[in-house]
Design a protein around this ligand. Structure first.
Ligand code: SAH
Length: 355
């Protein structure tokens, strides 16, 4: 297989050009065509010689993702199913906000973390994505919305996969997409979410990146958390909280704590109070997520009333909290649902949404 052109940083492409006795400024020219002009073939790169174009075509692949399917929600959320070069499918989501457009990218094909409420984990992980396969999710979606003069201005790494189980490629993706020669998406407009792989949280803290860190917390006792998130058996709550303390101290940044509410499991007022006590001392913000129903996964979201009671307890305790507005629940936008269907990991009728 040829090299994925989108996995290259400007520096790396400069090295490539030097290695074939070309001027290194060619790298910036190629980047301009890829990311600013957004062409789909090396042959469209008008300031390169025919000979050089041929070399590039032999060395690199420019077609990394092929759009297979698109689902549009009534709220404007669009979910894209892409086919990667080895035939697997991945999904990415475009969301519209008051402040602009964000793209939710996948970092792996499937996921091995095994969270019991999540569709991405059905069938385990096939492989991690390389940096360029993550970059191209954003680039291809940007190309699709170019005709409407819309611009992707933020990114969340909350699609299928565990970004911190694919740490190097994830960090490289962030480097590339953040670069002024590519889509130039500011680090402050990027959020990376982890289920809680403690050593990687420490490593990320030490990088002192401006990228926002989100942690999927989802429960306040080891018993419940281990039940719904197997990662908790390796990195229990005490270790996770310690890692967040370290992150807060090292970077002086707040973390976003994701808390998915599952009816009858982690949505009681006692749980809310326990949560307040667990995180009171942290620099953080709580994002309450009414869990997207995945029938295979049994769970249901609590009633609006229960969700608001949970939020109210946190507010009364002085915790910074928002209830995430649900997006695309009519189009299987919860992580991994579309891919699971496509890969026939789940019969279509088994995977449906419920209000
Ligand atoms: N593996 C990373 C990132 C991908 S999941 C992580 O765990 O953080 C992104 C977010 O979606 C996580 O907070 C995850 O817990 C949440 N999520 C997974 N399944 C969901 C569902 N069915 N409904 C709502 N949120 C879900």
């Amino acid at each position: 297989m040829k090299n994925n052109i989108y996995s290259y940083t400007v520096k790396e492409l400069e090295h490539y050009f030097e290695s074939i006795n070309e001027k290194k400024f060619r790298a910036k020219q190629v980047f301009e065509w890829l990311y600013k002009q957004r062409v789909n073939a090396f042959s469209e790169m008008k300031n390169l010689s025919k000979n050089l174009i041929e070399k590039l075509e032999n060395e690199f692949d420019i077609h990394i993702l092929e759009l297979d399917m698109k689902q549009e929600s009534i709220d404007g959320t669009v979910k894209y199913l892409f086919k990667v070069r080895d035939g697997h499918f991945i999904e990415s989501v475009l969301m519209e906000h008051e402040y602009g457009y964000s793209v939710c990218v996948s970092t792996q094909i499937g996921c091995k973390m095994g969270c019991t409420f999540c569709a991405s984990t059905i069938g385990g992980v096939a492989r991690s994505l390389d940096a360029g396969e993550i970059v191209d999710q954003v680039l291809e979606i940007q190309k699709l919305i170019d005709p409407d003069h819309k611009r992707v201005s933020s990114i969340v790494l909350m699609g299928s996969g565990e970004p911190f189980d694919n740490f190097e490629n994830t960090m490289k993706f962030i480097d590339i997409i953040n670069d002024e020669f590519t889509l130039n998406i500011g680090a402050r407009h990027i959020t990376v979410s982890t289920s809680g792989i403690v050593p990687r949280i420490i490593e990320f803290a030490d990088m002192n990146s401006q990228v926002t860190l989100a942690i999927s917390l989802h429960a306040t006792t080891n018993i419940t958390r281990s039940l719904i998130m197997p990662v908790n058996r390796t990195y229990p709550l005490e270790k996770l909280i310690e890692a967040i303390e370290y992150y807060n101290k090292k970077t002086n940044r707040r973390v976003s704590l994701e808390f998915g509410l599952l009816d009858g499991i982690n949505d009681s007022e006692e749980e809310a109070l326990r949560l307040a006590n667990l995180i009171r001392h942290l620099l953080c913000h709580v994002n309450l997520i009414p869990i997207n129903y995945v029938r295979e996964r049994k769970y249901e979201k609590p009633s609006q009333n229960r969700i608001h009671r949970f939020a109210k307890v946190l507010e009364d305790e002085g915790i910074n909290v928002t209830v995430r507005r649900e997006k695309g629940s009519d189009i299987d936008a919860a992580c991994g649902q579309l891919r699971a269907k496509k890969a026939k990991l789940i019969p279509e009728e088994e995977l449906c949404q419920k209000d």
